[in-house]
Design a protein. Structure first.
Length: 188
């Protein structure tokens, strides 16, 4: 049995997500949709003779997977669809800490998560968006450094170096404009 997913989202998960959105808590965080997007393939394995179901969720192009299990003590209580649901939920629940660690690492390395509309774009478009964001952050840092030329001079920055920094700033700003135009051409 493969690629069987839950018929309905977890009502408690949906309720919590609705509450978070209503409170405006939209800083970077993991959402149920992000968890679902990580799941590329689902496989169910019925272990022979003991009414034990294993759900295997494949992530990242199948290079990684998590499993969830479901078993009954009494064979009379075994229902395949319920075993699939329980094992799926148990496997899916293991993705949350993994997704949280990925997000924490990205935020630590100044790589905020992509907005949902960008995640739906082809990978090449996503890369342009990421490149623009990274360059905009660098440009902002350079702009802050150049905002007070007197402090730079007082700190001993060579006038030639200061001119080179200004030239770098100009080129970076133009590069960001080009990336913005590329994204604007496709409506982003």
């Amino acid at each position: 049995m493969t690629d069987v997913k839950l018929k309905a989202p977890d009502p408690e998960e949906t309720k919590l997500e609705t509450k978070l959105q209503a409170l405006g808590l939209n800083a970077p965080r993991i959402t149920p949709a992000m968890i679902d997007a990580m799941i590329e393939r689902t496989e169910y394995i019925m272990l022979p003779g003991n009414h034990h179901m294993v759900c295997k969720l494949y992530l990242f192009g199948g290079r990684f997977h998590v499993t969830g299990e479901s078993a009954t003590v009494s064979p009379e209580n075994f229902k395949e669809d319920l075993a699939e649901e329980v094992s799926y939920r148990n496997a899916r629940n293991k993705i949350w800490p993994l997704a949280g660690a990925i997000l924490a690492n990205d935020l630590h390395n100044n790589r905020p998560p992509l907005p949902e509309e960008i995640q739906k774009q082809p990978e090449a478009i996503q890369r342009v968006f990421v490149e623009l964001n990274q360059n905009m952050a660098r440009l902002k840092g350079l702009s802050l450094a150049l905002a007070d030329e007197a402090s730079l001079a007082d700190a001993g920055v060579d006038p030639v170096e200061l001119e080179l920094l200004k030239e770098q700033h100009s080129h970076m700003a133009k590069y960001c404009e080009v990336l913005q135009k590329r994204l604007a051409r496709i409506g982003l």
